[in-house]
Design a protein around this ligand. Sequence first.
Ligand code: ARG
Ligand code: ZN
Ligand code: CA
Length: 252
Amino acid sequence: TNAVITIPVVVHVLYNTSAQNISDAQIQSQLDVLNQDYSKTNSDYTKAPAAFAGLVANVGIQFVLAKQTPTGAATTGIERKQTTKTSWGTDDQMKKASTGGLDAWNSSKYLNLWVCNLSGGVLGYAQFPGGPAATDGVVILTTAFGKGGSAVAPFNLGRTGTHEVGHWLNLNHIWGDDGTSCSGTDNVSDTPNQADENYGTPSYPQASCSNTSDMFMNYMDYVDDVAMYMFSTGQSSRMNALFASGGARVGL
Ligand code: ARG
Ligand code: ZN
Ligand code: CA
């Protein structure tokens, strides 16, 4: 088993309306969900069907709001900026002051998390390990961030954060993004081969690609927040490999 890894987080809040200027408590609620989901202390993992119960992983990663800025000054780990922009695309403009956003902090030392009004029904998006430092991190829609405040059902339990941080930690979608062909892979061997994403609140089993059931309750599927509650052991290994010698996020 691995030692617990603790990752400093900076949250960059971009707001147009005052309702989008979410509270510190709502930000902490997102950190709390990440900490539960990445340590198997979420209250709902016990819903796993018997076939998957033995695969529910304690990933052993924790998240804490940064206490120091990149230059060593004291900080709450939260930056806020009012903007005249009413919505944002998935083109990283929120990540740069030069395009109206807030600059990333050193991505080898922090997880950068931007909260803003993404357009087009996008709940969030993430950069995988190995990309440009200036755009490294995770973006989450204001109404899908944390619990309470601006969060709106069925994406009001903080699981968009859990899912996007999973991508940031090198996890692929559980169905392998292959458009139902059953030939794609998520590069994880203990997640059943799965044709396509699931939505809503499926009931077990949901079979595809000759499996007994999709692991649709996995954070890397597309079900509602209330219906996702586990990472697998194989996913945990894939994430933890980033922090081993030579791994892409070893600096954290
Ligand atoms: N659609 C988004 C993505 O592909 C996130 C989906 C998150 N699902 C959820 N129930 N919060 O990254
Ligand atoms: Zn995704
Ligand atoms: Ca798999």
